[in-house]
Design a protein around this ligand. Structure first.
Ligand code: ADP
Ligand code: MG
Ligand code: MG
Length: 891
């Protein structure tokens, strides 16, 4: 007979997850391939959705369920509610996405005061029968009536000690019978209705409760966390019980087909003899490692190994399997793809290819690239005991230990002396950058995921925990209060930037190294992908590290970071303060050799590859001290009447200049190419340093390929003027050497007008690099820091926006501008190369978009390079070759 609401395990299969839920679909699949699955059927997610829209179970559901149950009765030769030999069943939740432990299940349904006697008689084991009955009342009371589990546990504890037993299994038959009476009383009192004796009433209430458990609090939280839609509902699986609580030759357990932390090809798991259902995870008895089963029940162990192998082959993936042994006979109760660490994921995927179960392409497509980043940062050793003292935002992944240092100069000094330090600050400013560079990691009490500390730390691959409210810093006493604890400068502290944990003392770290399996996966990716992968790097060390990770060019070198280094900031400030051109030239002349040596280092590190150097971008005030700080200093100087008159004058001059540089909205103010047009001498110095470095390196046999990038162009004329300046400088500096230096000039596309007039701009550009951070800010009209600090989390939480557009490219909005700019740019300059250099260049979905749009490369931070290589391959495999990527790349 056919029903809209019901599907027997014999009829379904793994492809029907949406209707049957993952658990139901896999139970059907396992039945189909001949594994020992107790018979049963699935009430569909359709029925659950109807239940929610009607506010009750759909009309025919209980009739259909009774009819379906008859088939199970037939298969087992037992009858539900039969007083002499009753069939017992479980009612199990199971949604489309696995949500382990989030929803409810009831076991041993079908027992009442009468059938419990029948079960005892039929099995000749009264203890067993009452053990099942007390379990049913407990679960039913909890799931259906919402009675706190602790109520039952208290009664159980009392009963157990009352009969002198140390575990549930040792309880006497009499005490179990008493226990059941107490449990029934408990239900009657707390629920105001007696425990139902009619087994069909039990069944209906259980189905309703399982449907309701879709909306319990923990399930809701889990769904939000994993972006699972709220309206899918759960299926309810009705299945004949098998009993692991039948005695010493019975048991229950969980097994992974491979080690979920390392991926090693060995069974991993635990079991308990004489136990049922959740006993293994409940922690009341310590389970045995699965290897012990080979000694205790060699026959069952052999069967289990065989079933594990069969399931892995069938699903071509590592499985997480629930099993139960009833009197020496094995039953499989669930299988699903097992959760695993990034390391295990890579090892397993590559191994499955070697075993012939997957193709390299399938292995690539299965890889969760977001998880891969964890592989590259050192992390806290998995088995380490840690003393967590506080927690903040996981702002930059990885873990670090070091001595607490409260200011940047001190951090630099100590690290130069060979000490490992953790920089702890209320928040960081650009002036702290050398401290960040010197520290192993950064902890701040204020600031979000995109605070300066976070952005800088991520770009350097340094762990960072930001916005840690638990932290209070007393700079005068040189103390740090974290929660209840007090630390002094110099004390050891650890941070875990992947989870946001702050830990007292040092912790053992697992070093990141690229495993041979990972290299293999990357090699497969490189054969597929069409996008090139560049790195955003500001130092030769970073560039070198990136090359080792597979960077094929440098897509963004931010020269302002060179300005912020410790001994240079003063010179930069002098340059800004200069009243005359002569004074300014003097400071610039001091900066020139410094920039030159930076560029030389980077050219050398990237020998033979493109190096994209962006001319100065931020507004000048970013290099100056805060106005408030200066005013405070000035007040102190005047009040205490200390310092020389010159000191005071210098300070006053500084204050005047900082006031003058103040802008209402610096993001839209005098920055980027606007700065270069108003102060050409700054760009000229940078370009001169660049060409001097290029010439120097060329003479040493280094193959130099500079791409000079002008930021924030909005109008073709801006680029035209600056192109002129760059070419004149090249001529002046290189002279006849100019021919040997294949430099190119291009621009960042980050202002909407630039995208709209890309054809005009491309007449003066050899390349476009999409600066998607600013482009997103300006297209959406969001200032990133304000948005992320205020309304954006709310928007994402309320699902007004699917994602934070600064993390995942807004393809339907900002993406249109990119598509348009690529098309228009190529129409007037077919030689134009295009790429993306925002943070998005290291994010999977954004990379897919870049592939589709026909960009030549993505550029991302060092540690994201491997994942970008894999995402680029996935893009090609999922979306096919690019149609509009015919424009050749002149390298
Ligand atoms: P969850 O999704 O939380 O794991 P399950 O529906 O899988 O919930 O069931 C909870 C526990 O009960 C599991 O250990 C499972 O193996 C066990 N169980 C479920 N159905 C049966 C059954 N028919 N016979 C024996 N044990 C069962
Ligand atoms: Mg389960
Ligand atoms: Mg920008």
């Amino acid at each position: 007979m056919k029903s809209n609401w019901i599907s027997h395990f014999r009829h379904g299969d793994a492809s029907m997850k949406e209707l049957l839920g993952g658990k139901g679909a896999n139970l059907a699949e396992m039945t189909k391939i001949g594994l020992p699955v107790p018979p049963g059927f699935t009430i569909t997610t359709d029925a659950c959705r109807s239940y929610y829209s009607l506010g009750r179970l759909p009309d025919s559901l209980m009739d259909d369920t009774r009819a379906a149950l008859q088939a199970v009765e037939l298969a087992r030769g037992l009858r539900f509610g039969d007083a002499s030999a009753p069939l017992l069943i479980s009612v199990r939740s199971g949604s489309v996405h696995s949500m382990p432990g989030m929803m409810d299940t009831i076991l041993n349904l079908g027992l009442n005061d009468e059938t419990v006697q029948g079960l005892a008689a039929a099995t000749g084991d009264e203890s067993f029968a009452y053990d099942c009955y007390r379990r049913l009342i407990h679960m039913f009371g909890n799931v259906v009536f919402g009675i706190d589990s602790a109520e039952f546990e208290t009664i159980l504890d009392k009963a157990r000690t009352g009969c002198g037993a140390s575990t549930d299994q040792e309880m006497t038959t009499d005490s179990l019978r008493d226990l059941v009476e107490h449990y029934k009383q408990c239900v009657a009192e707390k629920a105001d209705v007696p425990f139902p004796q009619d087994v069909y009433v039990q069944l209906q209430l259980a189905i309703e409760a399982v449907f309701r458990s879709w909306n319990n609090h923990r399930a809701q939280v889990y769904r939000k966390l994993h972006h699972i839609p709220d309206d899918w509902g759960t299926a309810a699986n009705i299945q004949s019980m098998v009993f692991g609580n039948y005695g010493a030759d019975s048991g229950t357990g969980v097994v992974f087909t491979r080690h979920p932390s390392t991926g090693a090809r060995e069974l991993f798991g635990e079991y308990l003899t004489n136990a049922q259902g959740e006993d293994v995870v409940a922690g009341t008895r310590t389970p045995q490692p699965i290897a012990r089963l080979s000694e205790e029940m060699p026959h069952v162990y052999a069967q289990l190994t065989q079933a594990a192998k069969q399931l892995e082959h069938h699903y071509c993936d590592m499985q997480d399997i629930e099993f139960t042994v009833e009197r020496g006979k094995l039953f499989i109760l669930q299988t699903r793809s097992g959760k695993r660490t990034a390391q295990a994921a890579v090892a397993i995927a590559v191994s499955l290819v070697k075993e012939g179960l997957l193709s390299p392409q399938e292995a690539l497509l299965r890889t969760d690239v977001a998880q891969l980043e964890h592989l590259l940062h050192p992390s806290i050793a998995t088995d380490a005991a840690v003393d967590v003292v506080g927690s903040g935002l996981p702002a930059s992944p990885g873990a670090a230990s070091g001595h607490i240092v409260l200011d940047a100069d001190e951090a630099e000094r100590l690290s130069a002396a060979g000490e490992r330090v953790i920089l702890v600050r209320p928040e960081t400013t650009p002036e702290d950058i050398h401290g960040v560079l010197a520290a192993e990691g950064v902890l701040t009490s204020r600031g979000g995921m995109t605070s300066h500390a976070a952005v800088v730390a991520r770009s350097m691959g340094k762990p960072c925990v930001s916005g840690c409210d638990d932290v209070r810093i007393d700079l005068e006493q040189k103390r740090v209060y974290i929660g209840e604890r007090v630390f002094s400068e110099g004390d050891l502290l650890s941070i875990d930037g992947s989870t946001g944990r702050v830990i007292a003392g040092a912790v053992p770290l697992d070093d990141a190294d690229i495993s041979p399996e990972f290299l293999q996966l990357l090699d497969w990716a490189d054969r597929e992908r069409e996008l090139r992968v560049y790195v955003n790097a500001d130092t030769p060390e970073d560039a070198m590290k990136a090359r080792a990770l597979g960077a094929e060019g440098l897509g963004l070198c931010r020269t302002e970071h060179m300005f912020m280094a410790m001994h240079r900031l003063q010179i930069v400030q002098d340059m800004i303060l200069a009243e005359t051109m002569e004074e300014r030239q003097k400071s610039l002349a001091k900066l020139l050799p410094m920039q030159q040596s930076d560029f030389e280092g980077i050219f050398k590190a990237m020998d033979g590859l493109t190096v994209t150097i962006r001319l100065l971008d931020p507004p000048l005030h970013e290099f100056m001290p805060h106005l408030e700080e200066l005013v405070v200093q000035h007040t102190e100087l005047t009040a205490k009447n200390t310092g020389t008159p010159e000191d005071r004058q210098t300070l006053e001059r500084l204050i005047r200049k900082v006031r003058k540089l103040h802008e209402t909205n610096p993001m839209l103010g005098q920055r980027g190419c606007r700065l270069g047009i108003l102060f050409p001498e700054i760009y000229e110095m940078q370009v001169e340093a660049l060409f001097l470095a290029a010439r120097q390196m060329l003479r040493k046999g280094v193959r130099v390929q500079p791409d000079i990038m002008v930021p924030l162009v909005g109008h073709a004329e801006e680029l035209s003027v600056l192109r002129d300046l760059i070419e004149r400088t090249a001529e002046r500096v290189l002279g006849p050497d100019r021919r040997n230096c294949a430099y190119r000039i291009g621009t960042m596309i980050e202002v909407p007008r630039a995208a709209l007039t890309a054809d005009k701009i491309a007449e003066h550009a050899d390349f476009f690099s999409f600066g998607t951070n600013d482009l997103t800010q300006m297209t959406l009209g969001y200032s990133r820091d304000d948005a992320e600090g205020k309304f954006l989390p709310y928007y994402v939480d309320r699902r007004l926006l699917a994602n934070n557009p600064f993390q995942v490219l807004d393809t339907s909005g900002v993406g249109q501008l990119i598509e348009l700019a690529v098309k228009r740019g190529l129409s007037s300059n077919p030689q134009l190369t295009t790429g993306i250099c925002g943070e998005h260049g290291g994010e999977r979905d954004s990379i897919y978009f870049c592939h589709e749009t026909g960009l030549d490369y993505v550029s991302c931070s060092t540690y994201r390079i491997p994942l970008a290589r894999i995402a680029a391959a996935q893009a090609k495999l999922l979306l096919g070759s690019r149609s509009n990527a015919q424009h050749s790349v002149s390298m």
